[in-house]
Unconditional design. Structure first.
Length: 275
């Protein structure tokens, strides 16, 4: 699904990594994502309130990311707002940073920002507006084509995450929690540049920390998006969510060598049904 508005936004953040992390040609990109979705697991539970998905090049992490996004398909018409958090790789910042853009562009079209929710986020002291943090950032951008494919129509709240405490991140998530129309996406890879067996051991420990909602157990070297992950785990505990692992693989399992791999995980956070 290509997302655009009849009125063209005045300020658009253009794609920075199209043609590098994922195909720049719309048809090729759409076909690749649909292939990933068709080859992965289908949704097996209630629609998640939040997911964690990796952000490497699609050749390496695309199948794992697709397994997370497939969980949203049953709620593809219900989800209307996506709050997207990813680590800031290129710009050092304190707290979290929004964008002044009115839309983010990908080869599949425009994703409009939810300007009212962005303003609400900006009212928190740990959230600033910093376009520089978004200009080259791939951790948020690579998630957008997946969202454009699996959801019918949605607005975006993009947040680049820098040096922030668990409480600062969880406060932002709690303030934007909303209802079933709002979904949270945390963008993160897992361990970096270990041999395959070491990576699997480290990533399994991280998956256990996520499943048991233990923020402090997501260690410094376990995930590049550990700060937003920790905040999500904290707020998930507060809201009574349960977490489950959908997929856990490495670049050595998909397309890369096995002597130095990057770990990827797909996780879903769901409300516990009441009897």
């Amino acid at each position: 699904m290509i997302h655009s508005r009849a009125i063209q936004p005045a300020k658009v953040r253009p794609p920075a990594v199209a043609g590098r992390f994922y195909p720049a040609a719309p048809a090729e990109l759409r076909n690749l994502i649909n292939t990933f979705l068709s080859e992965g697991p289908t949704a097996t539970g209630p629609a998640p309130k939040a997911i964690i998905a990796p952000h490497a090049g699609y050749l390496y992490s695309g199948p794992i990311a697709a397994s997370a996004y497939a969980q949203l398909i049953p709620a593809r018409s219900q989800i209307q707002k996506v709050v997207l958090l990813g680590p800031s790789h290129y710009v050092s910042l304190d707290g979290l940073a929004t964008s002044s853009a009115e839309a983010f562009a990908t080869p599949l079209g425009l994703v409009p920002l939810d300007l009212e929710t962005v303003r609400r986020a900006r009212s928190l002291p740990q959230v600033t507006e910093m376009d520089e943090a978004h200009a080259r950032e791939h951790s948020l951008e690579v998630q957008l084509p997946f969202l454009q494919t699996v959801l019918v129509d949605f607005t975006l709240v993009p947040l680049a995450v820098g040096d922030a405490s668990i409480e600062e991140v969880s406060q932002v998530l709690d303030a934007l929690w909303g209802g079933p129309e709002t979904c949270f996406v945390i963008s993160s890879d897992l361990s970096h540049y270990h041999d395959l067996q070491t990576a699997r051991r480290l990533d399994q420990a991280t998956a256990k920390a996520i499943e048991t909602l233990k923020p402090a157990a997501v260690g410094e070297e376990r995930a590049c998006g550990r700060i937003p992950i920790r905040g999500l785990l904290q707020v998930a505990r507060q809201h009574g969510l349960r977490a489950r692992t959908i997929d856990l693989r490495t670049s050595g399992d998909t397309a890369g060598p096995r002597d130095q791999v990057v770990g990827y995980g797909a996780f879903a956070f769901e409300e516990v049904p009441t009897r």
